[in-house]
Design a protein around this ligand. Structure first.
Ligand SMILES: NC(=O)C1=CN([C@@H]2O[C@H](COP(=O)(O)OP(=O)(O)OC[C@H]3O[C@@H](n4cnc5c(N)ncnc54)[C@H](OP(=O)(O)O)[C@@H]3O)[C@@H](O)[C@H]2O)C=CC1
Ligand SMILES: O=C(O)C1=N[C@H](C(=O)O)C[C@H](O)C1
Length: 269
C-alpha cells in the first residue's frame, strides 16, 4: 500500500487556511492530521470541521505546532512572516516538508529560512497557481525578447484585507522581467509613484497596487512602447487554485533532498 502523507495546516481560520483544509480533506492523496491556530484563538480545542460550520472531521485545533508537526509529513503554511519563520524552525525539527505561501517576507526573513532548509524541504512561492507560474515564465521570455523601448509595469489588485504590497506575485513577475532583461530588480524597481516624480526612467520596472472588495488576485504585466502595448494577464477567481498548488508541492516534496524549492521546480516549468 502506498503511504498517504499526513498534512498539518497552520492559520486554520484564515481565508487560505480554510480553503487548504477543504482541499486536503477532499483529496485522496493526503490526510489532514493537524490544524494549528495561534494561542488564545477561540477555535483552539474545537473540531476543525465544526469550527468551519460543517460536519466534524475528527481533527482538533491546537496551539502547539511542534506536537502537530511531529505527527505529519508536511506543513502547509499561509500565515504571516513572523509566524512562518517560527514554523520553519519547528517543521525542520520534525523533518516535515514546509510549504510556504506567506507573502510580505523581508529579505532578512527570507535569509533566516536558510538554517531550516539545511534539514528539511522548503517549497516557497508568492503564488502557488499553475497559471501564475506559467505567466512568470512568459514574462521572462517577453522581457528577454524586447529592449528598453518597452517600459515594464506590474499592476496588481487584491481584496481590501490584504496587508502587504506589492503582492508576492507582483514581485515574482518583477523578478522574472528583470531576469529576462539581465538586470537586478533592486536596481530598477520603482514602486507606487506619487507627486512630482519626474519622467519615467528608461529601464525601470514599475509596481502598482489596487486594494478593493473581494478581488481574489489580479496581475497584469504591461510592456508599453511608442505605438504599441503588450499585456500579460492572470485573473484568479477562486482561492482553490492556490490550495491545489500548495497540496501538489507538499506531495512533490516527499523524499526530496533538504533545500529551498519553488513552484517552478514542483510544476517542472
Ligand atoms: N502563495 C500563494 O499562492 C498565496 C499566498 N497568500 C498569502 O497567504 C497569507 C495568508 O493570506 P490569507 O489567508 O488571505 O490571510 P488571513 O488573514 O485570512 O489568514 C492568516 C492566518 O494566519 C494566522 N496568523 C497570522 N499571524 C499569525 C501569527 N503571528 N501566529 C500564528 N498565526 C498567525 C491568522 O490568525 P489570526 O486570525 O488569529 O490573526 C489567520 O488564521 C498572506 O501572506 C497572503 O498574501 C494568499 C493566497 C495565495
Ligand atoms: O493575499 C492574497 O490574497 C494573495 N496573496 C498572494 C500574493 O501576495 O501575491 C497570492 C494571491 O495573489 C492572493
Amino acid at each position: 500500500m502506498t503511504h498517504i502523507p499526513g498534512i498539518v495546516i497552520t492559520g486554520a481560520s484564515g481565508r487560505m487556511g480554510q480553503m487548504l483544509i477543504k482541499t486536503v480533506t477532499d483529496s485522496d492523496q493526503a490526510r489532514l492530521v493537524g490544524v494549528v491556530e495561534r494561542q488564545g484563538h477561540d477555535w483552539i480545542g474545537q473540531d476543525v470541521g465544526e469550527a468551519m460550520g460543517g460536519p466534524a472531521l475528527g481533527v482538533l485545533i491546537t496551539d502547539d505546532p511542534l506536537e502537530a508537526f511531529a505527527q505529519a509529513q508536511a506543513v502547509i503554511d499561509f500565515t504571516a512572516p513572523e509566524a512562518t519563520l517560527e514554523f520553519a524552525a519547528l517543521a525542520a525539527q520534525a523533518r516535515c516538508v514546509h510549504v510556504i505561501g506567506t507573502t510580505g517576507m523581508s529579505d532578512e526573513q527570507i535569509v533566516a529560512l536558510e538554517p531550516a532548509s539545511r534539514h528539511a524541504v522548503i517549497v516557497r512561492a508568492g503564488n502557488m497557481s499553475l497559471g501564475v507560474n506559467l505567466l512568470v515564465q512568459l514574462t521572462k521570455k517577453v522581457a528577454a525578447a524586447l529592449d528598453e523601448d518597452f517600459d515594464i509595469e506590474v499592476i496588481e489588485g487584491h481584496h481590501h484585507h490584504k496587508v502587504d504590497a506589492p503582492s508576492g506575485t507582483a514581485l515574482m513577475l518583477g523578478e522574472a522581467a528583470a531576469e529576462g532583461r539581465g538586470v537586478k530588480l533592486a536596481d530598477v524597481s520603482d514602486r507606487g509613484r506619487d507627486g512630482i516624480t519626474g519622467a519615467r526612467k528608461r529601464g525601470d520596472i514599475g509596481f502598482h497596487a489596487i486594494r478593493g472588495g473581494d478581488i481574489v488576485g489580479e496581475h497584469d504585466v504591461l510592456f508599453a512602447a511608442p505605438g504599441e502595448r503588450i499585456v500579460l494577464r492572470h485573473l484568479a477567481t477562486d482561492r482553490a487554485i492556490f490550495a491545489r498548488g500548495a497540496l501538489k508541492a507538499a506531495l512533490w516534496g516527499q523524499g526530496k533532498a533538504p533545500g529551498q524549492y519553488d513552484m517552478v521546480d514542483v510544476l517542472g516549468l
